[in-house]
Design a protein around this ligand. Structure first.
Ligand code: PGA
Length: 221
């Protein structure tokens, strides 16, 4: 069996209480699921990172933590930014280049290159998002998530066949170790993606917000 990454991206959702409740709900059942060859990563909002780390450590949960973004700058006079050194206190991974950031925050290839470089400097593992097989992938990236914009939050996923085809091209053209699929992944369709040879996991938005749904995705992947 190939190792599969299953990532929850909360986006800009959940208060502290809601985040804690999600973890509590997940913690009851996750220990009962066979996680051989499965890596579970949760990417909550920055405000939830400390409490998530504390809870996961205390309960010894088989869950790793990621951030949804990182400053392109190192520490210093950058009001409002959260830098790599700060994220490293809580997380192992960081999502970079999500289409929502490219669109809503005008993040360019140049900015994303800086973000990847900062992440790597602080030993954070970038999960780099591209929208098709031609997306520019910075050096040092080993995990890419293929996320077609039409599929994000729409309930209209790509076909597993097309996602597999694109994953294969991304690997071949960029020497990438792992390619994930993201875009309207659900408990019902997750297996159709993760069973493909070149798809090494899923990045889940909407369907990760309910702990019970996310647990089903973990089970079915
Ligand atoms: P979605 O989001 O699962 O809600 O479609 C996926 C993503 O943005 O990574």
């Amino acid at each position: 069996m190939k190792p599969t990454l299953i990532i929850a991206n909360f986006k800009s959702n959940k208060t502290l209480e809601e985040g804690k409740k999600w973890l509590e709900e997940l913690s009851v059942s996750i220990k009962l699921i066979n996680l051989t060859e499965k890596t579970i990563i949760v990417c909550p909002s920055l405000t939830l990172l400390p409490v998530s780390k504390q809870y996961i450590d205390e309960q010894n949960l088989p869950i790793k933590i990621g951030a949804q973004d990182i400053s392109q700058f190192d520490q210093g006079a950058y009001t409002g930014e959260v830098n790599g050194r700060q994220i490293k206190e809580f997380g192992t991974y960081v999502i970079i280049g999500h289409s929502e950031r490219r669109q809503n925050f005008n993040e360019t290839d140049e900015v994303l290159l800086k973000k990847v470089s900062i992440a790597i400097n602080y030993n954070l593992i970038p999960i780099f998002c591209v929208q098709d097989e031609n997306g520019k992938i910075p050096q040092g990236v080993s995990i890419v998530s293929y996320e077609p914009v039409f599929a994000i939050g729409t309930g209209n996923p790509d076909t597993p066949e097309n996602a597999e085809n694109i994953a294969q091209k991304i690997k071949k053209n960029n020497n990438i170790e792992k390619v994930l699929y993201g875009g309207s992944v659900t408990p019902d369709n997750v297996k159709s993606f993760t069973e493909k040879q070149n798809i090494d996991g899923v990045l889940v938005g909407g369907a990760s917000l309910e702990a019970s749904e996310f647990l089903k995705i973990i089970e079915n992947a």
